[in-house]
Design a protein around this ligand. Structure first.
Ligand code: PMP
Length: 424
């Protein structure tokens, strides 16, 4: 590994000022407030180094993007090769890299999801899925779950379930309704002959790592089949190994009509998203192939990353690894909960998507700041600030995981001391 320190001076104060003045002053302050004052410079695997050469352990993995860790060599090499040959497509000639990614992904996807569209992000994948559901069914309504997270562009925001992010932008897209997640009866009551799609996360990630009852997805599948609505599963966060299987829906034996992917699909090197559906559903998009399009989406550079990423995830059997490491982590975190029942109300997760629910959002904030002091990167779940997520790269080693958990034990003990001193 090359020297992690920069070869030139980087003025951290200037970087902060540029964020404050030209990006978002609130965001700059939030990072500082959480205790993250360094300027990142280099990264590899689960480690990041800042411009001062200080080392951080990454337990957030870019909100689940870095399944293969930072700068995985096979993905970086594939991107470099593509970069030197042809990074962006003509958009008129066909491209081998794009074709190979689609064909290999089609082989891996659950059910009959043979056709796909590439984009850059999770929210774009969800937008495409929602449009396709309306197009295929000719119906207007979309049923989604309370507390769900599907992205922040207008359509996916309409499907999301946290008012703080939605209300300021009202009115959103019409004909969206929300039901409590995991409640089969509420879902059945909301879906009717006008419903184009039910959109769900197999496990709510940003909602605080909420795992529905085992019969929930099968019941949703059955309900959609009965009413002619499509089942869209948003696996942007759970997909590609995170929860111990390649796709989280595999565990319940349910295949969706449309799946949404992003985050880990770009191999931690490029932004890449996709939505995929069966040939029958896709037919409506084939009548006019320009009905849904994107100038830069699915460019060869991003697809080279995607192709290398899915091959590496399979070669390293990361779903199995996530399952094993997740079990270890959950057992240790459960001990931590038992030691601090007044601070931690619940620990839950599947694979390496784990949530620690604190009794108070301020305590979660204190623990994140105490982790930052120990140079461990972590964050809360976006729809639920009570929950600290443990979502490291799936390639994390046992010793790195142990390092992270021991920092977490110290951070919780520090928060406990502060809380008891305030109570005195
Ligand atoms: N769907 C899910 C399930 C997500 O977790 C996220 C992001 N956390 C998104 C969609 C949106 O993805 P992006 O930020 O890439 O638009």
């Amino acid at each position: 590994m090359a020297d992690p320190k920069p070869s030139r001076e980087v003025d951290a104060a200037r970087v902060f000022a540029a964020y404050r003045d030209h990006i978002n002053a609130g965001l700059a302050s939030l990072c500082k407030f959480m205790g993250f004052e360094g300027v990142e410079w280099r990264a590899e695997g689960c480690k990041i180094w800042d411009t001062e050469g200080r080392e951080y352990l990454d337990l957030l993995a870019g909100f689940g993007t870095l399944a293969l860790g930072h700068r995985p060599p096979a993905v970086a090499a594939a991107v470099r090769e593509q970069l030197d040959r042809m990074p962006l497509a003509s958009r008129v000639l066909l491209d081998e890299t794009v074709a190979d990614l689609a064909a290999e992904l089609a082989e891996m996807l659950p059910g009959d999801l043979q056709k796909m569209f590439f984009c850059h992000s999770g929210t774009e994948a969800v937008e495409g899925a929602l449009k396709l559901a309306r197009l295929h069914t000719g119906r207007p309504k979309i049923v989604a779950a309370e507390n769900g997270f599907h992205g922040k562009t207008l359509g996916s925001l309409s499907a999301s379930g946290r008012e703080v992010y939605k209300q300021p932008f009202a009115p959103l897209v019409p004909e969206f309704s929300h039901v409590p997640f995991g409640d089969v009866e509420a879902l059945a009551a909301a879906v009717d002959e006008e419903t184009a799609a039910v959109i769900l996360e197999p496990i709510q990630g940003e909602g605080g790592v909420i795992i529905p009852p085992d019969d929930y997805l099968p019941a949703a599948r059955e309900l959609c089949d009965r009413t002619g609505a499509l089942l869209i599963l948003d696996e942007v966060q759970t997909g590609l190994g995170r929860t111990g299987t390649m796709f989280a829906c595999e565990r319940s034996g349910v295949a969706p009509d449309i799946i949404c992917l992003a985050k880990a699909l770009g191999g931690g090197v490029m932004p890449l998203g996709a939505f995929a559906g069966s040939p029958e559903i896709w037919a409506a998009l084939e009548e006019n192939p320009l009905l849904h399009s994107s100038t830069l989406g699915g460019n060869p550079l991003a697809c080279a990353a995607g192709l290398a990423a899915i091959r590496e995830i399979k070669r390293l059997d990361l779903p199995a690894r996530a399952g094993e490491m997740g079990e270890k982590a959950l057992a240790e975190l459960d001990d931590l909960r038992a030691a601090h029942p007044n601070l931690i109300s619940q620990v839950r997760g599947r694979g390496l998507l784990i949530g620690i629910q604190f009794t108070d959002a301020d305590i979660a904030g204190l623990v994140i700041a105490a982790l930052a002091q120990r140079r461990v990167i972590a964050a809360y779940t976006l729809n639920n600030p009570l929950v600290l997520r443990i979502e490291p790269p799936l390639i994390i080693t046992e010793s790195e995981l142990e390092q992270g958990l021991s920092a977490l034990r110290e951070a919780v003990a520090q928060a406990a001391e502060l809380v008891s001193s305030l109570e005195e």
